[in-house]
Design a protein around this ligand. Structure first.
Ligand code: NAD
Length: 266
């Protein structure tokens, strides 16, 4: 705390800062007295961002990371991987990861990093989606095998990974409600002659187009009725806001892996 009784602002570094999410985080953090913006990390030679004192490539990131109370990453799996293998040793603050499409190698590196510092990952920083996940798990458990589960997601035309990290997270919640492993139940976008639907499979379908921020629909389809749980994100400030809340919560925690459920206390 400062002399005035205000909590000390968290020194923030944003990774992937020139992207859509990175810029949104920078804009919101600049207007938030709970943060002091230290700088951003992006590809070598990336353009400056108005709210930040500097934007550096990974080669020059060690000093920034060393000063950070928290790093928020919305970049790409390859970039996160590079940061986790090169610069992250300098970081003693918390790491908040919103990047999706992570593979086993990124997961392994995150687990290793979490032995030294607090790490929070979320495929979706919306509080509404956290609620949808909880409802999906309960509905899957309550409705049982008589209802087939399909998940449809829609995103803007530039999104690179599919199905979305959020769709997989919701699929994981549905599988947990059924007592299944998602890897065993997952069935991505049917095409050709996939044959009849097998019992217990969870189908995923990805729509891409325009500037859709993010929509997720979980369908429970029975013989005579259908239940749909839908979430529509209106503005990516929603995710930036959630990531900043997570960063404030994470600063100063003990090392380990955390999720949005820890922040929300659910
Ligand atoms: P974007 O393409 O607009 O920004 C990505 C940034 O990463 C850019 O500044 C780019 O220069 C940088 N980058 C560095 N190396 C890169 C590489 N090898 N490939 C691609 N980019 C590289 O993307 P965005 O819409 O800001 O999304 C960034 C990530 O955040 C994506 O993985 C997206 O799915 C995820 N996302 C998560 C949430 C959430 O709530 N968790 C919400 C929105 C987006």
């Amino acid at each position: 705390m400062t002399d005035s009784g205000q909590a000390t602002p968290v020194g923030l570094v944003i990774s992937g800062v020139t992207g859509r999410m990175g810029r949104t985080v920078a804009r919101l953090a600049a207007a938030d007295p709970g943060f002091r913006l230290l700088g951003g990390i992006d590809r070598e030679g990336a353009e400056p961002v108005a709210e930040l004192p500097e934007v550096v490539g990974l080669d020059g990131a060690a000093r920034l990371l060393g000063e950070a109370g928290a790093v928020i990453d919305f970049s790409a799996p390859a970039f996160l991987r590079e940061m986790l293998t090169s610069g992250v040793d300098a970081l003693s603050g918390g790491l908040v990861v919103g990047t999706t499409g992570l593979g086993p190698e990124e997961e392994r590196l995150l687990a290793a990093t979490a032995e030294r510092i607090p790490v929070l990952t979320a495929a979706n920083f919306s509080m509404g989606v956290a609620l949808v996940a909880a409802l999906t798990e309960r509905a899957a458990a309550a409705l049982g095998d008589g209802f087939d589960i399909e998940i449809i997601e829609a995103h803007h035309r530039r999104k690179e990974d599919a199905p979305s990290g959020t769709a997989l997270m919701l699929g994981g919640a549905a599988a947990a409600g059924r007592g299944l492993e998602l890897d065993d139940a997952r069935r991505d976008g049917r095409s050709g002659r996939p044959g009849a639907r097998t019992a217990g499979e969870i189908g995923f379908h990805a729509v891409r187009g325009g500037d859709v921020v993010g929509e997720h629909q979980v369908l429970f389809i029975g013989d005579h009725e259908r239940i749909e749980i839908v979430h529509r994100a209106g503005d990516r400030a929603l995710f930036a806001d959630g990531a900043l809340r997570a960063a404030r919560w994470l600063a100063g925690r003990t090392p380990g892996r955390y999720s949005l459920r820890d922040v929300l206390g659910i």
